[in-house]
Design a protein around this ligand. Structure first.
Ligand SMILES: [Zn+2]
Ligand SMILES: [Zn+2]
Length: 68
């Protein structure tokens, strides 16, 4: 059976969503008790985006499509 092109045969599709924690910047600014600003990479996302894996709707998660 041919490989599903929609998911490249993985059966999963990654959907990206903007991270709410850092508002899509990928960085979080924190302030120390003395007011010093420091920047941290957001631990919640990758470059401001969160990737959610969903089952591919084209092949229903099998990674293969049935050719007619
Ligand atoms: Zn983030
Ligand atoms: Zn697929």
């Amino acid at each position: 059976m041919p490989t599903c092109r929609n998911c490249n045969g993985t059966g999963l599709i990654a959907i990206s969503a903007v991270c709410q924690k850092c508002s899509g910047t990928g960085e979080i600014i924190t302030y120390d008790s003395d007011g010093t600003e420091s920047m941290q990479l957001c631990p919640n996302c990758e470059d401001g985006l969160i990737y959610i894996e969903q089952k591919c709707s084209s092949c229903k998660g099998t990674g293969e499509v049935v050719s007619l």
